[in-house]
Ligand binder design. Structure first.
Ligand SMILES: Nc1ncnc2c1ncn2[C@@H]1O[C@H](COP(=O)(O)OP(=O)(O)OP(=O)(O)O)[C@@H](O)[C@H]1O
Ligand SMILES: [Mg+2]
Length: 517
């Protein structure tokens, strides 16, 4: 405990300041006797209001930013700090014995492509025989076990991040790949994580509701690069390479570069860079390209991943693998046998005469890119089913509508996660963008509140050779409506609706290829 307190830059320490804590938590409900409770001022609640509750439940150390509360029991310890959120990470890291110092840590950030890139890097490490861990939007892998991430968070709160890393250490993991969001960085959820390699995919306008401005958003992502400390010693007994992997094709490249203290390794499809792709062949069932490395080595790569943006993701992973000293042959093998990320460009085939693809694209940029990928592989019409989450970035809504108007033949604008916003008005904001881009309601798009009904209507209008894209939910296992989190899986619902449709076919009322609305 003395160590724990020493780990925190406290402005003021009251009470004995000794004794072992049994847990570190920011939720008074999770306080057990002997715990350390960190009071955090959030958007909705102020953790300081729960200090009495935490004390009643047996917390022996309280960390907060307010002066010592009145009638604070003298036998307990109060630490006043400047930023409790940040110290939550510091304390959690110390509590779990600094697991990230015993691992090689690769952090992946960016707007789009984080999960894909992180999963690729993990696959390359595993192919090279390393024992790996992965924390991503889709799943958590700890050595030999992999479990779905059902939390709806990509970067968990600091105590959970540290706990998972500690589990990795206990499982003998050597290298961990940690998908790191800008919210995770800004909210100090990865404080105390000793990153060795930081990887950037790209920066576009997602998530502005948390960061407020573009500048804050860029700045938050830059934090990951600052966190790669070239001087830091690790406890593994051998050096771990340090590098910042940057996308030279991204507009934020120069900005991010100024935050890097470790050696920078760049990748690009379009221009000179350390790791480059040449001779791109973008096929409908996969992609080929030649990867050129800084040492002059060039290797032919093949992957079932489609689309140009996935070449960027592959290059980010290859540059990381290169920095880690992985053999090119094993990286090539990992790309070739990559089975994709769950809920990304996943085909649903129940024998229907049209193609159904589930994808997680939930920004205007990624929606546009997916539609561009699907266009050449679609004989008939391209039908997009998508929405936009409530209580999240509103700026993107009309852009999503416009992207669909530009690139799909028909759009079914429907619920994503309306949360506590009015579902109908979210759809109207998206529709406004479609109308602005020249689409006429009823001819080129329809608004259907209720995602299942939206999916069903898209299937009802689909004719042989068409492609129906169900975008935005991917692997997710729930939908937020009002304050409720209801079970949901686009792939399951798609299968159910396709089965119901097949069942109806043949009956006199059956109608297939019925136009919308
Ligand atoms: N490099 C990229 N550039 C643009 N779009 C991409 C890129 N990589 C993937 N996408 C698109 O974004 C979708 C999400 O990809 P992925 O899950 O890898 O990103 P992510 O950054 O982890 O997203 P999230 O922030 O939701 O966790 C994909 O299904 C694809 O449509
Ligand atoms: Mg992700």
């Amino acid at each position: 405990m003395a160590d724990l307190i020493a780990a925190v830059p406290a402005l003021d320490v009251r009470g004995p300041g000794v004794g072992d804590v049994t847990a570190v938590t920011y939720s008074s409900r999770d306080v057990t006797p002997g715990a350390c409770f960190v009071a955090i001022r959030g958007k909705w609640t102020d953790g300081h209001a729960y200090i009495p509750d935490a004390l009643a439940r047996g917390a022996i150390v309280i960390v907060g930013e307010m002066p010592l509360p009145d009638d604070f029991p003298p036998e307990r310890t109060y630490l006043r700090v400047e930023n409790p959120r940040r110290e939550l990470g510091t304390l959690a890291a110390a509590f779990y014995g600094h697991p990230s110092r015993q691992l090689g840590i690769v952090g992946v950030t960016g707007t789009d492509g984080k999960t894909t890139t992180a999963t690729l890097i993990e696959a390359m490490l595993a192919a090279a025989g390393r024992r790996t861990g992965l924390m991503s939007t889709v799943d958590f892998k700890i050595g030999a076990t992999r479990q779905p991430n059902n939390t709806r968070f990509t970067t968990l709160e600091a105590p959970e991040v540290q706990r998972v890393l500690a589990e990795m250490v206990a499982a003998g993991v050597e290298d961990a790949v940690v998908e790191t969001t800008s919210s995770g960085l800004e909210l100090h959820r990865v404080q105390g994580v000793a990153y060795d390699i930081a990887v950037m995919t790209n920066i576009t306008s997602e998530h502005l509701e948390v960061h407020g401005t573009w500048e804050n958003y860029r700045r938050a992502k830059a934090m990951l690069f600052e966190m790669v400390d070239p001087e830091r010693e690790k406890d593994i007994g051998h050096g771990v390479p340090r590098a910042c992997i940057l996308n030279a094709d991204d507009a934020s490249f120069a900005y991010l570069r100024s935050f890097c203290r470790a050696p920078v390794l760049t990748y690009s499809i379009e221009q000179a860079a350390d790791v480059r792709a040449e001779a791109l062949e973008l096929g409908v069932d996969g992609t080929r390209f030649r990867a050129v490395f800084p040492d002059g080595g060039a290797y032919d790569m093949r992957t079932p991943l489609v689309a140009r943006f996935n070449v960027s993701n592959c290059l980010a992973a290859l540059a990381t693998g290169y920095a880690l000293g992985l053999p090119a042959a094993s990286m090539a093998g990992a790309l070739e046998h990559f089975s994709g990320v769950s809920g990304r460009m996943e085909r649903i085939d129940e024998g229907q005469p049209f193609t159904v693809v589930v994808d997680y694209a939930h920004t205007a940029e990624s929606l546009a890119k997916v539609l561009e990928v699907l266009r050449p592989i679609t004989r008939g019409r391209l039908i997009a089913v998508f929405g936009s989450a409530g209580d999240r970035d509103r700026v993107k809504r009309p852009h999503m509508g416009a992207a669909a108007a530009r690139l799909a033949d028909f759009a079914v604008i429907t619920d994503e996660d309306p949360r506590e916003e009015d579902a109908e008005s979210i759809l109207r904001e998206i529709a406004a963008g479609a109308i602005e881009a020249g689409a006429i309601e009823g001819e080129r798009f329809a608004c259907v509140v209720d995602r299942r009904a939206g999916i069903a209507s898209a299937f009802a209008m689909a004719r042989p050779g068409d492609t129906v894209l169900l975008a935005g939910k991917g692997h997710e296992q729930s939908i937020f409506i009002g304050r409720e989190k209801l079970p949901w899986d686009d792939r399951r619902v798609a299968r159910e609706e396709l089965a119901a449709r097949a069942h109806r076919r043949g009956s006199p009322e059956a109608s297939s290829g019925r136009p919308l609305p």
